[in-house]
Design a protein around this ligand. Structure first.
Ligand SMILES: NC(=O)c1ccc[n+]([C@@H]2O[C@H](COP(=O)([O-])OP(=O)(O)OC[C@H]3O[C@@H](n4cnc5c(N)ncnc54)[C@H](O)[C@@H]3O)[C@@H](O)[C@H]2O)c1
Length: 150
């Protein structure tokens, strides 16, 4: 059993990229292990890979009823992000909405600028403007430095 130094009791957790591989699994685990958390999941369901997988993950999460609320939205939409923070007052933010993949960026740079730069900036701004306790975000595995070849 992992010991946590963050009190999750009665907290609203906002997970961006909630239909994605990590986001959906994180949401499921938090909802399963912590009775008193509510999760707001945002995802705009990009078609970078088969969207049926994302809908299946969301269907699974729908089983948690009101404890999981899904919002189909783009985090690059600043007004929408602000509105979600105003409405739900999340205390913990996990930003996983991103365009992943290094090679894809060479042919589709726009989607990286939109999600990874503008979207992440909007999340940072919303955190700055609201009473947020914790922000967790993921980056590319390439950034962690495991690749010695530059
Ligand atoms: N999976 C891995 O092994 C791995 C390893 C290292 C880092 N990461 C990082 O973790 C994060 C999540 O990875 P993942 O594997 O879950 O990816 P994923 O592609 O499965 O999930 C990302 C989700 O974000 C959504 N999304 C993209 N842009 C969005 C936007 N502008 N607004 C709202 N939603 C948007 C997509 O629709 C997708 O469902 C990424 O930053 C990735 O680089 C993943």
């Amino acid at each position: 059993m992992v010991s946590y130094n963050i009190d999750l009791k009665d907290k609203t957790i906002l997970i961006t990229g909630a239909a994605g591989f990590i986001g959906a699994n994180l949401a499921k685990r938090l909802l399963t292990e912590f009775e008193h958390v509510t999760i707001i999941g945002i995802d705009n369901i990009t078609d970078y890979y088969d969207v049926r997988l994302k809908h299946e993950r969301l269907n699974e999460l729908a089983a948690f009823g009101k404890r999981f609320r899904f919002i189909k939205e783009n985090i690059a939409n600043k007004q929408a992000v602000e509105h979600i923070f105003d409405e739900y007052h999340p205390k913990i933010i996990v930003n996983l909405a991103a365009q992943a993949g290094v090679r894809y960026s060479i042919t589709n740079p726009d989607s990286y600028v939109e999600s990874n730069l503008v979207g992440f900036y909007n999340i940072l701004e919303a955190c700055r403007n609201h009473d947020v306790e914790h922000l967790v975000y993921a980056s590319s595995s390439s950034v962690y430095g495991s690749n010695k070849k530059v």
